[in-house]
Design a protein around this ligand. Structure first.
Ligand code: GLN
Length: 538
C-alpha cells in the first residue's frame, strides 16, 4: 500500500514547506523509494495561471500542460521526476468538480455541503497519485497556515484520511517557527505550542515537528517542545537557515528526518541513502573556479520569485561549469538607448525574460540590440525570443514598426502573431499553448551543438508565435530558425549565425532544469558567458 505524508505549516507563512517536502522526498528517493509530492492550495482560482506574478511568483508548467504553483518546480528540481495535473489542486478545482457533479445530478436529493462532499473530493484527490501505482510514498503539502479559515476543509480531510488508513500509513509533519528574541537572547517555543494546540483542536496530533530557526535548538528546547506538543524527542527536527536550499536534504539527513519518517510508516530504511550525485553537485556549487555576471532583463524583477525556475537553472548550470553565476536583475522599463551601455556593458551574458503585455518592451528591444551588436551572449526565453525576432525585424530587416500583435495589432509587420486556433479563444484560464511539445533541431546549428540531438521536447506557455510569413527573410539575413515543431511547422528556436551565442526559445527550458539534469541551454549559455569573460579555455 502507498504511504502518505502530510505537511502542514503553522505560526507564519513562508517557512519553506515546499523545500522541506522536496528535501524529505529526496532523502526517501535516495533510499530507493518512488516518491512524489503534491500541493493543495486553498485559494479559489482554478489554477495560478491567471494570477499576476507579483501575487504568486512564477507560474510553473508541467509536461501535461498544468499551470501550477512554483513549489512544483522545487519538487521536480530535487527529484528529477516530472509532475502532472494531479500534483497541484486548488480549492477552486475542488469546488468546480463538486459543483459540476451536482449539476450532473450525482447528488440528487441531497444537500451538498463542505462536509462530507468537499472533504470527500479533497480526499479523493489526495489518493489519486497513490492509486496510480507509480509511487510508494506520496507527500502532500497543504498550502496556507493552520488556523486560516480557508484551510479548514483540508485539515479536516487530513484528519479523516489518517483515521481511515491508520497511523502507520499516513503521518503528519507540522512545520513551525522557533523565533529568536534578540532582546531576551532566547529562542521561543510558545508559538509552536500554540500552533500544535490549534491542530489538536481540529483533531490532528502531528507526528513530527520540523522547527525553522535561525539558531540551533539545544536538547533542552527539544525536550520542552516534545513534552508540550506530545511528540517523541527524536520527532523534533531542527531546520536551521541554510546558505542554499540544496543544503536542506543533507541538513534533514543529519537530523534523521528520513529515518524517523520511515520508522513511523513502518518501512525499511534500505541501508544508507545514495546521495553521491547530490553531494557532487553541492561540491561544484560551493567551489567555483570562475564567476560570471548575467543580466536578467524583465519587468517583474521586484519579486525574484517571478523568475524562480530561471534563477535555479542558473544555479544548476553554474555548478555544471564550476562557475559562480551572479544574476543581476534589471528592470526593462529602466533601459533605453542612452543608458543601455551603462546598464549592460559590464555583463558577460544577458537573458531576456518571459512576460506578457507591452510594459517594458522597448527596453528589452534596446537591450537585445546592444548585446547583438556587441557580441555579448544572449538568451531569450519565450517573450525574450519574440523580442529578439522583433528587434531583428526593425533594425536588420528594416521593417519599421515591426511588432508582436500582442503589443500592436495594427503593425504593418506582425513578425510575432497569434496562432489561428488562439484567435477563437475568449476564456483566459488554461487556454494558452501549454505543456510539452516536440521540436526538431536542424543539424549543424548552435542549437544542435547545445542539445546534441535532433529531437527534443520542451514546455510552452504562450499565445503568440513567430510568423512564418517572414521565415525566408530571417533565414536569408542570418537569423536562422534552428528548431521547428515537426507537427505544426511553428518556430521553436532562433539563433544568429554570426554571433558567439545568440539563442532564443519559444518554450521555457527553465522548467526542465534539475540538479541531476541541468538544462543544456543554460549550461552552454553560462559557458559562453565565461568565454566572453575569460576567453576560450582549452
Ligand atoms: N506574451 C507572450 C505570448 O503570449 C509570451 C509569453 C511568455 O513569455 N511566456 O506569446
Amino acid at each position: 500500500m502507498t504511504k502518505y505524508i502530510f505537511v502542514t505549516g503553522g505560526v507564519t507563512s513562508s517557512l519553506g514547506k515546499g523545500i522541506i517536502s522536496a528535501s524529505l522526498a529526496k532523502l526517501l528517493q535516495s533510499r530507493g523509494y518512488r516518491v512524489t509530492i503534491q500541493k493543495f492550495d486553498p485559494y479559489i482560482n482554478i489554477d495560478p495561471g491567471t494570477l499576476n506574478p507579483y501575487e504568486h511568483g512564477e507560474c510553473y508548467v508541467t509536461n501535461d500542460g498544468a499551470e501550477t504553483d512554483l513549489d512544483l518546480g522545487h519538487y521536480e528540481r530535487f527529484l528529477n521526476v516530472p509532475t502532472s495535473q494531479a500534483n497541484n489542486i486548488t480549492t477552486g478545482r475542488i469546488y468546480q468538480n463538486v459543483i459540476n457533479q451536482e449539476r450532473e445530478g450525482k447528488y440528487l436529493g441531497k444537500t451538498v455541503q463542505v462536509i462530507p462532499h468537499i472533504t470527500d473530493e479533497i480526499k479523493r484527490n489526495m489518493r489519486i497519485l497513490g492509486e496510480s501505482g507509480e509511487f510508494d510514498i506520496v507527500i502532500t503539502e497543504l498550502g496556507g497556515t493552520v488556523g486560516d479559515i480557508e484551510s479548514l476543509p483540508y485539515i479536516e480531510a487530513v484528519r479523516q484520511f489518517k483515521w481511515e488508513v491508520g497511523s502507520s500509513n499516513a503521518i503528519v509533519i507540522h512545520l513551525t517557527l522557533i523565533p529568536f528574541l534578540a532582546a531576551a537572547g532566547e529562542l521561543k517555543t510558545k508559538p509552536t505550542q500554540h500552533s500544535v494546540k490549534m491542530l489538536l483542536e481540529y483533531g490532528i496530533q502531528p507526528d513530527i515537528l520540523v522547527c525553522r530557526t535561525e539558531h540551533s535548538i539545544n536538547q533542552e528546547i527539544r525536550k520542552k517542545i516534545a513534552l508540550f506538543c506530545n511528540v517523541n524527542i527524536n520527532s523534533v527536527i531542527e531546520s536551521i537557515d541554510a546558505s542554499t536550499i540544496y543544503d536542506v536534504p543533507l541538513l534533514m539527513l543529519k537530523e534523521n528526518l528520513d529515518k524517523t519518517v520511515l520508522t513511523k510508516l513502518k518501512l525499511p530504511l534500505n541501508g544508507e541513502p545514495d546521495l553521491d550525485t547530490w553531494k557532487d553537485f553541492l561540491g561544484r556549487l560551493k567551489n567555483p573556479t570562475k564567476d560570471v555576471r548575467i543580466g536578467l532583463v524583465g519587468k517583474y524583477v521586484e519579486l525574484p520569485d517571478a523568475y524562480k525556475s530561471i534563477t535555479e537553472s542558473f544555479i544548476h548550470a553554474g555548478a555544471a561549469n564550476e562557475c559562480k553565476v551572479q544574476v543581476e536583475y534589471i528592470h526593462s522599463e529602466n533601459i533605453n538607448v542612452d543608458n543601455v551601455k551603462e546598464k549592460l556593458g559590464h555583463l558577460h551574458g544577458v537573458l531576456v525574460a518571459p512576460g506578457f503585455g507591452s510594459r517594458g518592451i522597448e527596453g528589452k528591444l534596446d537591450a537585445i540590440k546592444f548585446v547583438r551588436e556587441n557580441n555579448i551572449p544572449f538568451f531569450g526565453i519565450c517573450l525574450g525570443m519574440q523580442c529578439a525576432v522583433i528587434e531583428f525585424a526593425r533594425n536588420v530587416l528594416k521593417m519599421k514598426g515591426a511588432h508582436s500583435s500582442e503589443m500592436d495589432d495594427k503593425s504593418k509587420y506582425p513578425v510575432i502573431d497569434m496562432m489561428e486556433e488562439q484567435k477563437k479563444v475568449t476564456n483566459k484560464g488554461g487556454t494558452m499553448r501549454l505543456g510539452a511539445y516536440a521540436c526538431e533541431i536542424q543539424k549543424g546549428t548552435k542549437a544542435y551543438s547545445i542539445y546534441g540531438k535532433t529531437r527534443i521536447k520542451e514546455r510552452h506557455r504562450h499565445r503568440y508565435e513567430f510568423n512564418n510569413k517572414y521565415l525566408k527573410q530571417y533565414n536569408d539575413a542570418g537569423m536562422i530558425t534552428s528548431g521547428i515543431n515537426p507537427n505544426t511547422g511553428l518556430v521553436e528556436i532562433i539563433e544568429l549565425k554570426n554571433h558567439p551565442f545568440f539563442v532564443g526559445g519559444q518554450f521555457h527550458p527553465e522548467l526542465k532544469s534539475t540538479v541531476d539534469n541541468p538544462h543544456p541551454l543554460f549550461v552552454k549559455f553560462v559557458e559562453a558567458a565565461a568565454e566572453h569573460k575569460y576567453g576560450k579555455r582549452k
